[in-house]
Design a protein around this ligand. Sequence first.
Ligand code: PHE
Length: 339
Amino acid sequence: MLDKINALKAEIEAATAANAADVEALRIKYLSKKGEVSLLMNDFRNVPAEQKREIGQAINALKTFATEKINSLREAVENGPATDLNLDLSRTPAPWRLGTRHPLSLVREEMIDIFRRLGFTVAEGPEIEDDWHVFSALNFATDHPARDMQDTFFINREPDVLLRTHTSSVQVRAMEKHQPPFRIIMPGRVYRNEAISARAHCFFHQVEGLYVDKGVTFADLRQTLLYFAQEMFGPDTKIRLRPSYFPFTEPSAEMDISCDLCGGKGCGFCKHTGWVEILGCGMVDPNVLEACGIDSKVYTGFAFGMGIERITNLKYRVSDLRLFSENDVRFLEEFTSAH
Ligand code: PHE
């Protein structure tokens, strides 16, 4: 009989109730006239006299236990879940704090997106390069000052290992590996041996573009860059190409866009010219095509290269280049809404 009492106690202890009907069902099962406890009372008559005291106490204790348990379950379903936690349950949840994308990443992605719409795909190459891919294949004369220790970080002289000073090296790698047509853009980090200041840094980022096929002309170059400028800086943006020099392009040009701060009227930002320079470009020099194994009598092409920092400065007016690499959260958070 004691075993039966203990089993019932365990059963009652484990009982749960989701609502008032559950509680009532438990009451009927254990405490009603025909409930388990009453049945025990009936059996009590047959208990031998010497055990009556012990078993009588056990049944009474079970009855008290069941009554208390069922009362507390009833209270719980009437009052809802316990609210004595030390929390303000009505508080609005804390806002989900997302990280921000780096402004240079935002602008790089936007540039890639614009050129993608013209059919350009992305190509990449190594940052640690050799003289051939950064200079020689690109028609730099052996005594060109850009090879000087002043500008280039050399890692080793013989054999030559250096940090690329521009992404034009990726043009060479692409043209050595494949035959035209090419319509690629090549984003990447470049290194130059410059003292770090607000206007210069020892590393920065470029996006190079290359288009080589039969019959590509300077007009194609101009139209591509006009499309880019207007997508990036707005439909009223004007472009201007000025003759320039790069060893790897002939003819070469530098491109200005109309200053969007003063609308071309002239202000401090554009040094009162109404124009700001954004990139270098030109028709790929036949020597470069030949150095890369491409027949310059069959194919022509154009190339352009620009600094991502420069475009970001123009778009977001960041005046100090060092901000881009200092990872000051206050600066980075200003670009939260620029996604
Ligand atoms: N590589 C040049 C630079 O770093 C930019 C450029 C690329 C110019 C392609 C013309 C054509 O300044």
